[in-house]
Ligand binder design. Sequence first.
Ligand code: SAM
Length: 265
Amino acid sequence: MSIEPQTWHHGLVAQWWAEFNDDGPEIEYFRGWVEGGGGPALDIACGAGRLLVPYRAAGLDVDGCDVSADMVGACRRRLAAAGLEANVWTQAMHELDPPRAYRTVFVCGGFGLGSARARDEEALRRFHRALAPGGTLVFDVELPYSYTRHWPYWLPGGRDALPEAWPEPERRLTADGGELSVATRVVDLDPLNQIVTMELRAERHDEGRLVAEELHRLTITLYFRDELVAMLRASGFDDIDVFRGNTLEPPSRDDRFLVFAARRR
Ligand SMILES: C[S@@+](CC[C@H](N)C(=O)[O-])C[C@H]1O[C@@H](n2cnc3c(N)ncnc32)[C@H](O)[C@@H]1O
């Protein structure tokens, strides 16, 4: 396995995120944590700034970082277009080394991506170090059983169907008159290490002519609730809460998407 985080948020995929991902309930949800934290916040895996840009527009003191230089570039362009500034930089979360301490560190849709367990454990230790005493880490995760389509791949016989055939791509028109298309498929699921490997094929057409095509891989490490709680404790966090995704309510067994909030003493 490569040492570098394996993510697909580069090139055309970064363009896709920047053009087509600018809303969602996470924006208001994480804003509540940032405002409640009452001090500087760090948006880890900030991507193209879906959360960071509106927070800066609201006057919140938020920095951001992401492993993908293309996503960070898209974030900077969005900030500049809105006449805003923020300290954003390119860094993998397991190498996090921020310039200041934060009251809130948050990760929306990024924990476990491009990773492996040892790097995620290191990331949690670095999140802890990045917090001021009394500060809070907040992040969301999809549970391993979230995608029912993947269930057969947990069994040896089920994995005979991998890699999946490419599905029909999703196509969107870009602001500059081109067309982007993306398709994703599962290529492997390792149940012992709880890692799913996906591929994404992206294409750009201008006036019907193919002008760019890319193939990317993404590994996702899957975590169950209690193993994440144990990992947070082992990383030095106290006072750990688990919520149903984008709420402050306790999760039920029917939930597949959770939020973890953990405080540094
Ligand atoms: C699903 S996007 C979410 C972006 C943003 N948080 C949002 O909600 O719009 C995931 C982001 O995680 C970043 N990422 C993936 N693996 C990472 C890692 N190991 N360290 C830091 N960022 C990572 C990707 O580059 C991408 O920008």
